[in-house]
Write a protein that binds this ligand. Structure first.
Ligand SMILES: NC(=O)c1ccc[n+]([C@@H]2O[C@H](COP(=O)([O-])OP(=O)(O)OC[C@H]3O[C@@H](n4cnc5c(N)ncnc54)[C@H](OP(=O)(O)O)[C@@H]3O)[C@@H](O)[C@H]2O)c1
Length: 431
């Protein structure tokens, strides 16, 4: 208090009115709860009429409902929680379509057989299509009411090595656990009527273009969740129009997304997998998509791939179970000199690499974890420009929409029906 008075008295002599007002603002801020947004304080408008900022209901906090788990062996509760007003760097969103991953019932129910580590109590949910509810004082473009895509990855702003898949896993280090700590804004996820999101992970969707002009239903934009991940890997290795890109395995959730994207980028795509039916479906995406069956034999796979000439890019998204699949060695062997490999899969432990081929051909191998914010924005542009078609017109369907209280049905539907192109959503807010 003394310091504030000192500062004021020193400048009072020059600009008395301004300084008195500044002093009262500083004192007011100190008395004001920490959660009051700066904009409200400095603009000195009555909070109840400050609609432009859309923070009128956020003077201290706003109640919301989250699907809160206290154990993976007990049913969740619809918990009444309090959302603080947005502070710098944090957006508050109203989730409309929040994806329920296929294996939700193996993480948050049935005793968590997948063994994911997350803090309790916990509101899961990582990615969604949402409306902005309130913007922080440092937002430059986002506005309340705007339709947005909310990413799942949360990164520590002071450490590139610390990142978590929010709403799913607390990671394995003290830093990642801190990102989901009880006092962290990222602790609770998007299976809720309100959710926080890092400003850099909230991407505006041009509703006029996507909904009014291109005719997408908002739920169809939920497909972004499955597309943004492979876009990260394809963008990281700079896939160009006209290149030949091998995607394997191509029949899974993210592999099939990669086929859609690479074809839209103008590449010739070789979709490789085990499942004939799924491969036949992928071949419908574009005339530029060809399919190849994984034979189980590296030489045989290499021989078949040779029909397409030396490949420019090999995008691998192998799950742990595909560790010894023949496509991996065949994919690398089929690359041209200067070819690029994107590794995005979940193989555990090491994998044998053809060392001399890599050196002789000068191959680039690039690992990618999720995607950057810029890549998410670039992907959205591809859709807004109608270069990448998503939703029903591309065989991507919402296979179930559930209220938070219908979590059991949602988990069952996700396990049965979601997969490549197909998704199940919680609809915490219905428009
Ligand atoms: N880098 C990242 O940021 C990132 C992000 C997300 C996911 N991932 C990882 O990506 C991997 C794929 O995820 P997803 O959700 O797309 O999985 P998914 O939907 O379960 O698809 C798995 C794919 O692998 C194929 N496959 C399974 N076992 C195989 C085997 N033994 N031999 C050959 N192919 C086999 C499946 O083929 P069938 O159709 O024949 O069964 C299917 O195409 C996971 O390991 C995940 O952890 C990485």
């Amino acid at each position: 208090m003394q310091k504030v008075n000192d500062r004021v008295s020193c400048c009072l002599s020059r600009r008395p009115n301004f300084c008195r007002s500044l002093a009262s603002t500083i004192l007011e801020r100190r008395r004001t709860p920490r959660l009051l947004s700066f904009s409200q304080v400095t603009s000195r408008q009555p909070p109840a009429t400050n609609m432009a900022l859309h923070t009128d209901n956020f003077i201290t906090s706003k109640p919301y409902t989250g699907l809160q788990f206290h154990s993976a062996s007990a049913p969740p509760r619809l918990a009444k929680l309090d959302m603080p007003a947005p502070t710098a760097g944090t957006v508050v969103v109203r989730p409309l379509y929040a994806i329920v991953v296929q294996y939700a019932n193996q993480i948050f129910a049935n005793g968590n057989p997948r063994g994911y580590k997350y803090p309790l109590p916990f509101v899961p949910g990582g990615t969604c299509v949402a409306r902005v509810e309130a913007v922080p004082p440092d937002a430059a473009r986002l506005t309340p009411g705007q339709l947005v895509f909310v990413e799942m990855t949360v990164r520590a702003r002071d450490d590139a090595d610390t990142k978590v898949l929010r709403g799913f896993s607390e990671g394995a280090t003290a830093g990642t656990r801190r990102l989901l700590a009880a006092d962290s804004p990222w602790r609770n996820g998007v299976w809720a009527t309100l959710a926080t999101a890092p400003l850099e992970g909230v991407h505006a969707l041009d509703e006029e273009v996507l909904v009014s002009q291109l005719g997408y239903r908002i739920e169809e934009l939920g497909a972004l969740s499955q597309l943004v991940v492979p876009y990260g890997g394809l963008a990281d290795i700079g896939v160009k129009a006209g290149e030949t890109v091998l995607i394997a395995p191509a029949t899974g959730t993210f592999g099939s997304g990669a086929v859609h994207i690479a074809a839209a980028m103008g590449a010739r795509v070789i979709a490789m997998g085990r499942n004939d039916e799924a491969l036949a479906k992928l071949s419908q995406i574009s005339d530029r998509v060809s399919t190849v069956k994984i034979s189980g034999d590296v030489e045989e796979d290499t021989k078949v791939l040779a029909r397409f000439g030396p490949l420019d890019v090999f995008f691998d998204i192998s799950p742990a179970s595909a560790k010894n699949s023949s496509h991996f060695q065949a994919g690398i062997a089929s690359l041209r000199t200067g070819g690029r490999v994107s590794l995005m899969g979940g193989l555990r432990g090491g994998v044998e690499l053809p060392y001399s081929q890599i050196t002789h051909k000068g191959l680039t191998i690039k690992g990618t974890f999720m995607n950057t914010a810029q890549q998410a924005r670039d992907l959205i542009k591809l859709i807004e420009r109608d270069i990448l078609k998503i939703g029903s017109r591309s065989g991507m369907e919402a296979r179930g929409k559930y209220r938070l209280e219908e979590w059991e049905e949602a988990f069952s539907a996700a396990a049965e029906k979601s997969g490549p192109g197909n998704a199940v959503y919680f609809t915490p807010n219905v428009e």
